[in-house]
Design a protein around this ligand. Structure first.
Ligand SMILES: NC(=O)c1ccc[n+]([C@@H]2O[C@H](COP(=O)([O-])OP(=O)(O)OC[C@H]3O[C@@H](n4cnc5c(N)ncnc54)[C@H](O)[C@@H]3O)[C@@H](O)[C@H]2O)c1
Length: 378
């Protein structure tokens, strides 16, 4: 059976470990590999790379992974390793990925692909010039809730789409009286943190793939919680933004308004929800579920503050059925990237599309700093 060596850098991190190593690469192998067009299967041989020998050794032993090293160059020098994957902190991504490209590896990266759009575009151009296959994680596209939304769009449910309202966020503990549930570098601008750089790349590909590319952005960006406590219990200044209130105009005329916040308490069904309103119907999609209301079932509320609400508005929505089995979104995208490498199957989630996400984040921050709407050219 065919086997691809996959150098996995950053596997001791939250995303690298749980979603990419355990839920994707090891899960794919547990199923016998990725099925190619001719029906054959290709297995993945992970080579764990990181900075801490102790952590790598422990991870390798726990999951029965034979290959691990703290020497990235050595892993890249092995011709049996075909793919390089990067889930390190954002700041470390460009240098390591460029090394992998120079070594002739196909490269697959977490988002954001770089801290600035200039670097992200250069990284994309470097991969293209070297002729290696390249990709960026765009996991939200493969979530059941968004797949159902896409199905509704493709089925013409909405009529003309007017607006999208996205609400993303939850309370991230400051770290003093309860430990924070996200890494502290996320809250330091000097370490590549910030909710705009983290989330706008997601919003860019979600909007572009479902509704139309972004033509302008206006954002109000702030740091609501200025002091936090890190993994060691040390107080630090949160220099990065932790909330962004943004309006995106889209090609085709729809407007998307998305709030992203790590300083909000959840009163929703899911940690992210998108409400889409169209002339013929509306939908609210989360990570898993999606509810709809057709124009024919739309109530006619009349504004009268003197009377209590007469209807339970949320009861008038209908659940969209699964009608399919949904696998882990990260795994589905890994399988597609492997088929892109092994089978030349088309893969639109390229480093160049990742660079559009970084550009949107950069323009969002610029909009906030200058207090004006920024045009986004594609
Ligand atoms: N696709 C998604 O939904 C999603 C979600 C969260 C994070 N991410 C992205 O994944 C990447 C990793 O995020 P995470 O939450 O797993 O972070 P994390 O802090 O948990 O992990 C970071 C990893 O980078 C490694 N690293 C390399 N150089 C480092 C340095 N100088 N300092 C600290 N760590 C260093 C760490 O050892 C660790 O393996 C980020 O780029 C982030 O934007 C993507």
């Amino acid at each position: 059976m065919a086997e691809l060596g996959v150098v996995m850098n950053g596997v001791t991190g939250r995303m690298g470990y749980r979603q990419h190593l355990v839920r994707s690469v090891l899960a794919i192998n547990a199923e016998g590999g990725v099925v190619l067009a001719d029906g054959s299967k290709v297995r993945l041989r992970p080579v764990l790379v990181g900075r801490s020998e102790a952590k790598l050794k422990e991870l390798a032993a726990k999951h029965d992974v034979a290959d691990w090293t703290t020497d990235l160059d050595a892993a890249l020098a092995d011709p049996a390793n075909t793919i390089y994957f990067d889930a390190q902190i954002t700041q470390a991504r460009v240098e390591a990925t460029k090394k992998a490209i120079a070594a002739g590896k196909h490269v697959y990266c977490e988002k954001p692909t770089a801290e600035t759009s200039a670097e992200a575009l250069e990284l994309a151009a470097t991969a293209e010039a070297a002729g290696v296959k390249n990709g960026v994680v765009q996991d939200k596209l493969f979530l059941p809730g968004l797949l159902k939304l896409k199905r509704l769009i493709d089925g013409g449910f909405f009529g003309r789409i007017l607006s999208i309202r996205g609400e993303f966020g939850y309370w991230v503990f400051e770290g003093d009286w309860q430990a924070a549930q996200r890494p502290s570098w996320n809250y330091r601008a000097e370490d590549g943190g910030g909710i705009v750089l983290d989330m706008f790349p997601h919003w860019a590909y979600v909007l572009e793939n479902l509704f139309g590319s972004v033509t302008s952005v206006y954002a109000h960006v702030t740091t609501h919680i200025p002091e936090r406590w890190d993994e060691r219990g040390q107080a630090y200044r949160a220099s990065a933004d932790d909330a962004a209130y943004a309006v995106f105009e889209l090609d085709g005329g729809a407007v998307a308004q998305i709030n992203s916040s790590w300083a909000v308490r959840v009163n929703r069904d899911e940690l992210v929800e998108f409400q889409v309103d169209g002339t013929h119907g509306s939908a609210v999609a989360g990570l898993r579920d999606c509810r709809v209301q057709h124009r024919s079932a739309t109530p006619k509320p009349v504004w009268n503050p003197d009377l209590p609400a007469t209807a339970r508005f949320r009861d008038g929505w209908q659940e969209v059925p699964d009608n399919a089995e949904f696998d882990n979104g990260f795994k589905v995208q890994w399988e597609r990237f492997v088929r892109h490498v092994a089978d030349d199957e088309p893969f639109p989630y390229t480093l160049r599309s990742g660079a559009r996400g970084v550009l949107l984040a950069e323009l969002g921050l610029k909009s906030a700093a200058e207090g004006r709407r920024m045009a986004v050219s594609s």
